[in-house]
Ligand binder design. Structure first.
Ligand code: F6R
Length: 242
């Protein structure tokens, strides 16, 4: 693991965005793994700026998102489909038919998850996966206790994640309790991973992920098993590292 600590979130996000841009220039048909939530927003903002001002070209790229709330239609404002359109996909030239996000409306979860894994395989696998981390150590929505070999499937959110994500909804009662998420095994299949974490509230999870034992009690610690991981932190998120 390579740990890159910057003074603040904006600085770290710029460095991370430059890495994504470099990979895209090296391989225009890059397969990008994308995350939602607060953490990657500044990276996406910078990618949009580079697309508009520097001609960064997503025309041959493909994207796969980590997760989606079960029960939310793509046009629900809090769905991850809507988040991705608002925060990145509508503002770059990636072909919409090559942007994959699990469908929260599915009525056949196992078949939908198997088809998602099949689409990933057919696309040649993820070249670069962007990840955030939950305060409890989740990546994607692989909550503590998730199998380190897991594939795309349904998961139940912990009370902590529901409370955390309530900030995106009008009230906590609206946060769906079930999600579809790539598994930890799916994430580890990516050729390169970029983990972003900002703020002191992430420091304990980051310390466990980076320096703790590899354990399902902190799913992000599974990244220690991956040969190509870069961790971008601000000073707050790095506070508990030895
Ligand atoms: C979202 C995802 C989650 C978030 C994590 C951190 O697609 O995969 O693992 O990255 O919950 O969320 P934020 O960035 O909102 O703190």
């Amino acid at each position: 693991m390579e740990i890159i600590i910057q003074s603040g979130k904006e600085e770290a996000s710029l460095v991370a965005a430059r890495l994504v841009a470099r990979r895209l220039r090296e391989k225009p048909d890059l397969v990008l793994g994308l995350a939602t939530g607060d953490t990657p927003r500044a990276v996406y903002r910078e990618l949009i700026r580079m697309h508009r001002e520097e001609g960064l070209d997503f025309g041959a790229a493909t994207s796969f998102n980590l997760d989606e709330y079960l029960g939310l239609a793509p046009d629900h404002p809090q769905s991850y489909h809507a988040f991705m359109r608002r925060n990145l996909l509508d503002h770059i030239n990636i072909p919409p038919e090559r942007t994959y996000i699990p469908d929260g409306r599915t009525t056949d979860v196992p078949a939908h998850c198997a088809a998602y894994e099949e689409s990933l395989r057919a696309a040649g696998g993820i070249d670069l996966q962007i990840l955030g981390i939950g305060g409890g150590g989740h990546i994607g929505f692989n909550e503590p206790g998730s199998s380190l070999a897991s594939r795309t499937r349904i998961k139940t959110l912990t009370g902590e994640t529901i409370a955390d994500n309530a900030r995106f909804f009008d009230e906590a009662a609206e946060v769906p309790h079930h999600v579809l998420t790539m598994g930890i095994g799916t994430i580890l299949d990516s050729r390169e991973c970029v983990l972003l974490a900002f703020g002191e509230h992430k420091a304990a999870a980051v310390a466990h992920a980076v320096e703790g034992p590899v354990s399902a009690s902190c799913p992000a610690s599974a990244l220690q098993l991956h040969p190509h991981v870069k961790v971008f932190l601000d000073e707050g998120a790095a506070k508990k590292l030895e």
